[in-house]
Design a protein around this ligand. Structure first.
Ligand SMILES: [Zn+2]
Ligand SMILES: [Zn+2]
Length: 308
């Protein structure tokens, strides 16, 4: 529903800018055509980025075949935090029963940590990564460090930042770049539309005087609505861009910021963090759709899918 609202707002802005502003004020010179083309390119880029971040897998971790759907946070292991049913290995250790029951060897203990009904991870991961892995009781599986469960997407998402209703998808490790592109193009479009609306107010329009009064009123109404829309979306996307850039440069997702768990990771350079989120290439490639992010299969995911 909110996705449709985003489409309607973008198409309305295009309609007002072209039909009511450019065609009324700039038909007698080449600038009208130039502005119409550039503005439509901005709209197209916003639509394109929106489609990409909506359709790209944000980093949903595939469930192992033996996982069971659980409607709520129920488990043999009591959970200290039931907001999204996370359970760190450390928290699990704190509630581990002792001694280990007989005949349940395969269900117990990686490095002495009680893992309840969950089979232990296998693979060639280093012990620190395995220790940082958490258990999602909704998905009934291990998940890599920094993954969180999204109730709307019904899955665990790698480096989940938040679930965005405007794209009807999570913003996670694999689509954050496209989300940032969408925000940038919407803010550029808003700024452009607002500037054209301001120009139409200030510039003299000799041809408009001969128009019927109803047409002039209609033009004024569309211009005011466009100006309000531009301010709202421009301001909102600008705040979101700052929020996303801060999340990338601090290496802290929105969820980690709320839970205050981001400060414990090792320091990484800002350049590396930007490259991790936006991929290789020049910063110009980060806002234009020059290249797609090419995520290689990740060792933890491969390991999770081979759990037995
Ligand atoms: Zn989950
Ligand atoms: Zn989601």
């Amino acid at each position: 529903m909110v996705v449709i609202l985003a489409y309607v707002c973008l198409m309305y802005a295009d309609y007002v800018v072209v039909s009511w502003l450019i065609l009324r004020h700039l038909t007698d010179n080449l600038w009208g055509a130039v502005h119409a083309v550039i503005f439509n390119i901005c709209i197209f880029m916003a639509f394109f980025a929106h489609a990409r971040c909506m359709l790209t897998d944000p980093g949903i971790i595939p469930r192992p075949e033996n996982a069971k759907d659980k409607p709520s946070c129920q488990s043999e292991v009591p959970q200290p935090d039931s907001s999204d049913c996370p359970s760190t290995a450390a928290a699990t250790l704190a509630v581990s029963p002792s001694p280990q029951p007989e005949g349940t060897d395969s269900h117990y203990a990686y490095s002495g940590i009680y893992l309840g009904a969950y089979p232990r991870p296998r693979g060639s991961l280093d012990p620190d990564t395995i220790k940082a892995m958490t258990i999602c009781q909704r998905c009934d599986m291990y998940r890599p460090p920094r993954a969180h469960h999204c109730r709307t997407c019904q899955g665990c998402v790698r480096k989940m930042d938040h679930h965005c209703p405007w794209i009807n998808n999570c913003v996670g490790a694999f689509n954050q770049k496209y989300f940032l592109q969408f925000l940038v193009w919407v803010s550029i479009t808003s700024l452009y539309a607002g500037s054209i609306a301001l120009f139409s107010w200030l510039a003299d329009c000799p041809g408009c005087r001969s128009e019927p009064e109803a047409t002039r009123h209609m033009a004024l109404m569309h211009t005011v609505i466009l100006a309000v829309e531009s301010c709202l979306f421009g301001g909102f996307t600008l705040v979101m861009i700052l929020d996303q850039m801060s999340a990338i440069l601090k290496d802290e997702t929105g969820i980690e910021s709320l839970k205050r768990t981001g400060a414990f990771r090792p320091h990484t350079s800002r350049r590396l963090l930007l490259r991790e989120a936006c991929g290789p290439g020049t910063p110009l490639c980060w806002i234009f759709p020059c290249q797609s992010l090419n995520h290689q299969p990740i060792e933890e995911t491969k390991m999770i899918t081979t759990l037995v």
